[in-house]
Design a protein around this ligand. Structure first.
Ligand SMILES: Cc1ncc(COP(=O)(O)O)c(C=O)c1O
Length: 391
């Protein structure tokens, strides 16, 4: 009997895609919609790949990934966060954080298990839980709490079937960051419930306010934490498809088993670039971060000046202003901004129901383009009845 599997059919396509399809046919559009750096991968990293290809490095690697890369990742995590992961059996090199997330979920979720996700969140979390046979349990977060979940809501959502809590700070789409004390309490909740914590820390290096806390570094966390990270954001390497997971040995082994059968290994050329990134990419990370921070300050200021309330995103490269003041839904606002002013933002509802009333604006584009885009945003807002511009 033919038919798409019900756990695949039940998931709808990403709400982001529709906007990108429209934009593809339009000219002079400024996109604040993308979720990738506008920077090209630093030359030194690209050059390392050219050399690696010249040397004929075109083979499969170990399923775990190059040992040299895993050793570097281990040293990198130790020096940044003081955490200990053995390169031999605790670090798995993956095809981006995307694959690492899928492997983590499939490694620990049994049919019917529940995974807690905090919304708004990265579009793939709930679908990947469903694909793994689990049930996403969505906890809304709110601007007035800095888009951090209320811990009582987390406690109330726990059931005997809770297998993991999935979180990501700095956050896509809100830019929210989580402090040490908050994360400590969350880990305690996970410990009491004896569930895993899957922590996607892909934006860790893009933290502008305070310092990033790696969840595994917290007391009692490492034994239950599956740490996901990668090279896409900090090193501007989205197209290379390279990331990693660091986990307790039994979980890492289970993830490797799936990876071995479905992907074999991450591409060797990308692994070579990642080696160079960890050996020599630090200066570039700092420079890009400085530039993002400039843009962050500008975009937040401009949204607020335009009458759209926008909190201070502590990390990643997204602003998440409210459009409630306009009387439009976020979808209506994004459509009008696109058709009337040729600026792309993503409606907040794409990241979970509680994202309604907000839009995500990525500041992964130049300061000039941001200035121009925000002038157009201000024009649109001023033209709408019921907003500051109307008075
Ligand atoms: C929170 C988050 N996790 C994971 C990913 C995917 O990362 P990768 O390119 O490493 O697959 C993204 C991409 O936007 C993201 O925002």
């Amino acid at each position: 009997m033919r038919g798409i599997a019900s756990n695949v059919a039940s998931v709808s396509a990403s709400g982001i895609r529709r906007f990108f399809d429209i934009v593809a046919d339009m000219k002079d559009v400024i996109s604040l919609g993308v979720c990738e750096p506008d920077f090209v991968t630093p030359w030194r990293l690209r050059e390392a790949c050219v050399f690696s290809l010249e040397r004929g490095r075109t083979n499969y690697t170990s399923n775990w990934g190059l040992l040299s890369l895993r050793k570097l990742i281990s040293g990198h995590l130790k020096s940044l966060y003081g955490v200990d992961y053995q390169p031999e059996d605790q670090i798995l090199v993956t095809v981006g954080v995307s694959e690492a997330l899928d492997l983590a979920l499939r490694a620990v979720v049994d049919p019917g298990d529940e995974v807690i996700v905090f919304e708004p969140c990265y579009v793939s979390y709930a679908p990947c839980v469903t694909f793994a046979g689990g049930t996403p349990v969505r906890i809304p977060t709110f601007a007035e709490d800095g888009f951090l979940p209320r811990l009582d809501d987390v406690r109330a959502a726990l059931t005997p079937r809770t297998k993991a809590i999935l979180l990501s700070y700095p956050n896509n789409p809100t830019g929210a960051t989580a402090g040490r004390e908050f994360l400590k309490e969350l880990v305690e909740i996970a410990r009491d419930a004896d569930c895993y914590v899957i922590s996607d820390e892909i934006y860790d290096r893009l933290t502008y306010v305070g310092t990033h806390t790696c969840v595994s570094s917290l007391e009692g966390a490492a034994e239950r934490t599956i740490l996901l990270n990668g090279f896409s954001k900090a090193y501007a390497m989205t197209g290379w498809r390279i990331g990693y997971a660091a986990a307790p040995p039994d979980v890492a082994e289970a993830m490797m088993k799936i990876h071995q059968y479905v992907a074999l290994c991450a591409p060797i050329t990308a692994q070579e670039a990642a080696v160079e990134a960890l050996n020599a990419g630090e200066q570039s990370v700092r420079e890009m971060k400085t530039e993002y921070n400039r843009r962050r300050r500008l975009i937040v200021k401009r949204f607020n000046e335009a009458g759209l309330k926008c909190g201070d995103p502590g990390g990643a490269f997204y602003a998440f202003p409210s459009v409630k003041e306009t009387g439009l839904t976020s979808e209506e606002f994004a459509e009008r901004l696109l058709y009337e002013k040729k600026v792309v933002v993503v409606p907040g509802g794409a990241f979970g129901e509680c994202g309604e009333g907000y839009v995500r604006a990525a500041y992964a584009t130049s300061l000039d383009r941001i200035e121009e885009a925000m002038a157009r945003v201000a024009e649109l807002v001023a033209s709408l009845p019921g907003t500051a511009g109307d008075t």
